[in-house]
Design a protein around this ligand. Structure first.
Ligand SMILES: Cc1cc2nc3c(=O)[nH]c(=O)nc-3n(C[C@H](O)[C@H](O)[C@H](O)COP(=O)(O)OP(=O)(O)OC[C@H]3O[C@@H](n4cnc5c(N)ncnc54)[C@H](O)[C@@H]3O)c2cc1C
Length: 511
């Protein structure tokens, strides 16, 4: 492709394509010209020529946008095709109706030391961060429904270890052993579900352990312990620096910082930094066909895009919505049909005042009963935005999704009122605004925070997950080595896929 064409904005490519269609020309069928009508038009509809770019990126989430941004920086022409009417994918910041500020319906937290890629981007685009609120007691509900208030740990507790401490220690030990880059090394006899693995270690029948494990796996990957592969679970935990990192809001915790403008602001900054008109929404890809050096990508309207390379940056469970010609290699196809989008919903309850803070609570409500599984304080006091983000996951979420619309929100509010106790219940019930997304019902995504793997899948097919297939390269958070299921993983996977393409095509398309 000439340098001129490479730097031409996509909008002008689209105009060029339209203009070419306006020129009357004659259509031949079996060597004979069809008669033209009096205006010089034929009665046969001709397909528009495909829009031509160096690289098509499928999916306008963080991973796809990062790939396109990197390719743009390298001088390659790109188009991002996003199925939904918005970019950001599993990140979705929503402007509040009852006052200033946003609420996060998908991804929220980042970390400046353990997640360097997203941190670098937020700094590059000058986005402000807020530190997670940490003052006060947590509230825990045990499987029998009993609710207790738990003060912050001092480090001086000398109690004998509870069964949950033993389970956590066991999992931490297994996590230590896992190599997140060598999937085949995981011992085959341990390659069972999390539930079976705990049973192999003689703990499944201990009181409260099944409920505790359900809390852990559904909270972390959105699936129950009997569905989630132990190898996959350990790999996922290690990829996020361990259980403590994943579960905490400390300086090294995954819940340390929030973006004041919302995570979607970063997605928009990435899109705005690229050629105008090169990120298309309402553009669900239905087909990708490829030959030796070209790929043709078709979207639902029938419009076609021709490219030297394609980056597929969508959740692995959604590959099945695209017709690939030739078909994906069998190993990759196995992964597609065996990854399970997490069953997940997130509700933001906004209030006029931070009543829980005033009562000495940090805003962390954990229940082994449900429907609320866990929660965090997501307030921005500078804007008088006071909110709790409550999460529903796994089988509890499946039941909750099936409730009638009006009951769904009420059940959550009433559960919060139960967790805070009689003295604070009225405050919990006095909600200012409710916003939520049932990620399991979101078209083109179908769950969150990630697509989990069943037993055996990672050991057998982990390598195939991110392998390219001729002109197709694979990004998406699920293909990350580190921080899979997080924005950081989506970004690094997008960068890796872009690097593969630049290596193949050369900077500016010069191989
Ligand atoms: C409730 C919730 C809370 C979370 N909390 C956090 C958090 O606090 N911190 C954190 O780091 N991460 C969090 N995550 C995870 C994080 O949001 C994801 O890991 C990340 O957004 C994944 O990015 P992605 O680009 O890989 O995929 P996605 O964001 O899913 O983007 C893929 C895009 O592809 C599009 N698509 C699908 N099929 C097609 C098609 N055929 N044609 C065109 N487009 C298609 C989809 O519409 C989507 O926009 C959370 C996720 C959820 C759901």
């Amino acid at each position: 492709m000439s340098p001129l064409l490479r730097t031409r904005p996509l909008t002008s490519l689209l105009l060029l394509a339209t203009h070419q269609c306006l020129l009357p020309s004659r259509v031949f069928v079996n060597g004979a010209a069809l008669p033209a009508d009096e205006n010089g038009w034929t009665s046969v509809e001709r397909p528009e020529p495909p829009v031509e770019v160096d690289v098509v990126v499928v999916g306008g989430g963080y991973s796809g946008l990062t790939s396109a941004y990197e390719l743009h920086q390298a001088g390659l022409s790109t188009v991002v095709l996003e199925a939904k009417d918005r970019i950001g994918g599993r990140s979705r910041s929503h402007q509040r109706e009852s006052g200033p500020g946003i609420v996060e319906l998908g991804a929220t937290w980042i970390n400046n030391s353990t997640q360097p890629a997203i941190w670098e981007l937020t700094q590059h685009f000058g986005l402000e961060t807020l530190v997670q609120y940490t003052e006060g007691d947590e509230v825990l509900q045990s499987p029998d429904g009993q609710v207790v208030r738990v003060p912050p740990a001092t480090g001086e507790e000398e109690e004998s270890p509870e069964p949950e401490d033993i389970v956590a220690a066991l999992i931490n030990e297994a996590v230590e052993e896992v190599d997140i880059r060598q999937f085949a090394d995981f011992p085959e006899d341990q390659d069972v579900s999390v539930a079976d693995w705990i049973a192999l270690n003689g703990l499944w029948n201990e009181s409260g352990i099944p409920e505790l494990l359900s809390q852990m796996t559904t909270t972390i990957v959105g699936r129950e312990p009997n569905e989630t592969g132990a190898h996959y679970f350990f790999d996922y935990i290690k990829s996020g620096y361990g259980l403590e990192s994943l579960g905490t809001e400390t300086e090294f915790g995954a819940q340390f910082l929030m973006l004041a403008e919302g995570t979607t602001a970063l997605a928009r900054k990435l899109a705005d930094a690229m050629t105008p008109g090169s990120v298309l929404t309402d553009a669900a890809v239905t087909e990708i066909s490829q030959d030796d050096d070209t790929a043709i990508v078709t979207i639902k309207t029938g419009k076609k895009f021709k490219a030297k390379k394609v980056i597929v940056a969508i959740p692995t469970n959604t590959y099945s919505d695209i017709k690939f010609t030739p078909s994906l290699p069998s190993e990759k196809a196995q992964i597609v049909s065996n990854t399970m989008p997490g069953i997940y919903a997130k509700m933001i309850l906004s209030y006029t005042e931070p009543w829980w803070r005033e009562a000495g609570l940090v805003g962390k409500f954990t229940s082994l009963v449900g429907p609320i599984r866990f929660s965090w304080d997501t307030s921005n006091p500078a804007l008088s935005q006071y909110s709790l983000a409550v999460f529903i996951a796994g089988d509890v979420a499946t039941e909750w999704h099936a409730l009638p619309d009006e009951e769904r929100q009420q059940t959550m509010i009433e559960h919060l009122a139960e967790l805070v106790g009689e003295d604070l219940a009225d405050y919990a019930l006095d909600v200012l605004e409710v916003n939520y997304v049932e990620w399991t019902k979101e078209e083109y995504i179908w769950g969150g925070p990630t697509s989990a793997m069943a037993p055996g899948m990672l050991r057998q097919y982990g390598t195939a997950l991110r392998e390219s297939f001729a002109n197709l390269h694979f990004g998406g958070g699920e293909t990350a080595y580190e921080w899979k299921g997080y924005l950081e993983g989506a970004i690094t996977a997008g960068q890796r896929a872009a690097e593969e393409v630049v290596e193949a095509l050369g900077s500016g398309g010069k191989a």
